[in-house]
Ligand binder design. Structure first.
Ligand code: CP3
Length: 363
């Protein structure tokens, strides 16, 4: 424990995983640092790959019993403090009237992308009870299954990242069509962002009502924007989402490659800001202020290195957090599919300071 961080000096009685993660999200002291991993329920797990041999991705994501099974896999195996719902940021789009598919190794593909004012006008503002009832059902099942073992994390794609897929139609390096529409047809852009914002607020409120203990907004492609474009075209919408959720459940704002946007991102108003490895956690925390929580930020590729390098990286992140209330340990982005799950379990042990393998309370 002594070599990892100072949690042991805080004299906080042992906490359950759920209490630990939620306390950190509220910047309250914890017995030790909470930890979960983005994409923890995915292809790095042999049991997930076996499930996917029997069912395609969308079947798992839209069948509450299967989504529950996939969500719980990493909780048991890694001992993480957060269980992130097995779902995808694209799911609400079906109910909005935009069919899509998830192609293996490519990701989301939309046959008829949204590119004109008429396309945007056709989008439906849908409630989750109607558009994604299976997501709410999975959360209800999971809340019962998890007990105090882990916090249940809901999530949604942020309007900008969803707009990238809606306009481009698939993953891209630069999202040129998206940015051209944003700069060139601001009226269409703002109408699209407005609709996505409304759907996202209803979706996340629905998830919290169904049992999500905290929610993360994934703005994965935000690093494409400079500060002025971010302020003009995105910030008003994310600000609206976090304002609409205030007082319901803690919120986490995720993005990558956004060191130049951190002050503006902080002003959007989430409880916790998720950082990637391109910024030092202590520098970022000083910039956004210690009255905000931070999540992160181990390099997702460092986890592929030999254990001594991984352990040094984990300890460095913990040293930068310095035991301050409000740190949730995570990678800076999702787990890579080639990651060894045993290394992830070891990271959890190191972060928790229970290298002797003693089980946590509540597990
Ligand atoms: O464990 C978890 O993190 C929960 C599940 C989860 C998935 N997608 C499952 C999934 C979460 C939180 C997401 C969010 C998501 N989906 C994001 C934001 C997070 C990020 O990493 O930035 C984005 C951009 C998407 C869109 C998307 N869906 C992509 C880029 C891909 C991967 C394409 C590929 O094959 O590499 C998907 C498909 C997807 N979503 C998979 C999983 C486990 C892989 C599909 C499979 O099992 O074949």
């Amino acid at each position: 424990m002594t070599d990892a961080h100072t949690a042991g000096d805080r004299a906080i009685p042992p906490m359950s995983g759920r209490a630990r993660l939620l306390a950190a999200a509220r910047r309250q002291p914890t017995d030790t640092t909470p930890v979960w991993f983005m994409r923890q329920a995915g292809r790095c797990l042999p049991e997930y790959r076996a499930l996917r041999e029997r069912h395609d991705f969308m079947t798992v994501a839209t069948t509450p019993e299967l989504a529950t099974q996939a969500t719980l896999m990493p909780v048991g195996r890694f001992g993480v403090d957060g269980a992130v719902l097995f779902a995808d940021i694209m799911l609400p789009l079906t109910g909005m009237g935009v069919p899509f598919e998830i192609r293996p190794n490519i990701g989301p593909v939309i046959a008829d992308p949204i590119r004109t004012a008429a396309d945007v006008a056709r989008l439906r503002v849908v409630d989750p009870e109607e558009g994604t009832p299976y997501v709410l059902a999975a959360l209800r099942l999971l809340r019962g299954e998890l007990g105090e073992r882990a916090a249940l994390l809901g999530f949604a794609g942020a309007p900008f990242t969803l707009a990238c897929y809606l306009i481009e139609g698939r993953s891209s390096r630069e999202y040129p069509l998206t940015k051209a529409l944003m700069y060139g047809a601001p009226d269409v852009w703002h109408a699209l962002m407005d609709t996505l914002t409304e759907v996202t607020i209803r979706y996340l409120r629905g998830q919290i009502g169904a049992g999500a203990d905290a929610v993360q907004l994934f703005d994965s492609w935000l690093g494409l924007l400079g500060p002025d474009a971010y302020a003009a075209f995105v910030l008003p919408y994310t600000t609206r989402i976090f304002a609409a959720l205030r007082g319901t459940a803690p919120t986490i704002h995720f993005s990558t490659g956004t060191a130049s946007l951190l002050d503006a991102i902080a002003s959007a108003g989430s409880d916790v800001i998720s950082l990637d490895w391109r910024v030092r956690l202590d520098d970022a925390w000083a910039r956004i202020g210690v009255h905000r929580g931070v999540q992160g930020n181990l390099d997702s590729t460092l986890v592929l290195a030999p254990w001594p390098a991984v352990a040094a990286g984990v300890k460095d992140v913990l040293a930068q957090a310095a035991g301050r209330p409000g740190h949730i340990f995570n990678l800076g982005h999702g787990i890579l599919p080639e990651t060894d799950p045993d290394v992830l379990a070891r990271i959890v042990g190191l972060v928790h300071g229970d290298l002797d393998g003693s089980p946590d309370p509540g597990r």
